[in-house]
Write a protein that binds this ligand. Structure first.
Ligand code: VGL
Ligand code: ZN
Length: 278
């Protein structure tokens, strides 16, 4: 196959994949959600501070996916790792530690107060990366971020890292993305029901008290498969019936068994991990 033929083949795989998701349960033209994780210079460029092997390879196909979903008015979200200088996840902030060391850190904000009980968390230390307003934190120049897309920045609190686009690594602090998606769902629900709704009917649940969820399917792509893609996809299961990671539109950091651990953890949470060509 020639290169253009291969490209068309991949694009057909992507189109078929999206159409199949859109038409599940005999619901034609339902709205889908796409989350594009951390397609930023520090992860993508070979010279990036935390470069993920071959990550630039996914950009053309991610652009294509973004284009077709934007054209269908699906909800498209981009995440951006956005650390303050001297972020606590940087190895340079921990004496005697190197990037990629796994350490126990305390969650407490106050280093010196011995009265405080602190919770220890195991975490990976990284090279300084994606520092706010630096070139490394910018989206890769080839990625197209449509004006209609929502950009969510994460990891900007000095002491807390955030792999997930929904909840930071303390498992408490919400990023606001969940709230945003609930708001979008509310809007869709109101606009789709306004014509048939009587104005004095305030019960917009489906009768059993469960919230009506309009956007039921979410697709996750980007980097890194074993960190931010993984935790974003796992948490997305709280909001969506179906969460699919399109594996060929991701790349992994690959520390020890991180790739296989991520796969197992996502599958345990009910995330599907699929290739476009199946
Ligand atoms: C990521 C490590 C540190 C990611 C972000 O995007 O997967 N990994 N910060
Ligand atoms: Zn980071």
């Amino acid at each position: 196959m020639t290169a253009p033929e291969e490209e068309e083949e991949r694009r057909k795989g992507i189109r078929d994949f999206v159409n199949a998701r859109r038409n599940t349960n005999n619901t034609n033209n339902k709205t889908l959600c796409l989350i594009v994780v951390d397609v930023q210079n520090d992860f993508m460029l070979p010279s990036g501070a935390l470069s993920v092997a071959n990550a630039e390879e996914i950009i053309d196909d991610v652009n294509y996916l973004v284009d077709i979903m934007t054209a269908e008015k699906d909800l498209v979200i981009f995440t951006q790792d956005w650390h303050c200088p001297k972020h606590h996840s940087f190895a340079s902030e921990h004496r005697g530690k190197k990037p990629f060391d796994v350490v126990e850190i305390d969650d407490d904000d106050d280093d010196d107060d011995e009265q405080n009980t602190t919770t220890k968390t195991t975490t990976t230390l990284w090279p300084d990366h994606c520092v706010q307003n630096t070139k490394g934190a910018e989206f890769h120049e080839k990625i197209r971020v449509p004006a209609s897309a929502k950009v969510i920045r994460k990891g900007f609190r000095k002491r807390v890292d955030s792999y997930s686009a929904f909840v930071e690594n303390d498992k408490r602090t919400e990023t606001g993305l969940g709230e945003y998606i609930r708001g979008v769902n509310k809007g869709l629900e109101l606009s789709s029901s306004s014509s048939s709704y009587s104005s004095n009917n305030n019960d917009n649940s489906n009768g059993d008290g469960a919230p009506t969820r309009i956007i039921t399917d979410c697709i996750v792509v980007g980097v890194a498969f074993d960190y931010c893609v993984r935790f974003t996809a796992e948490d997305a299961r709280e909001l969506f019936d179906t969460v699919v990671v399109l594996e060929d539109l991701t790349r992994a950091v690959g520390l020890g068994d991180s790739r296989e651990e991520a796969r197992a953890a996502m599958e345990k949470k009910g995330v599907s991990i699929v290739a476009t060509d199946i």
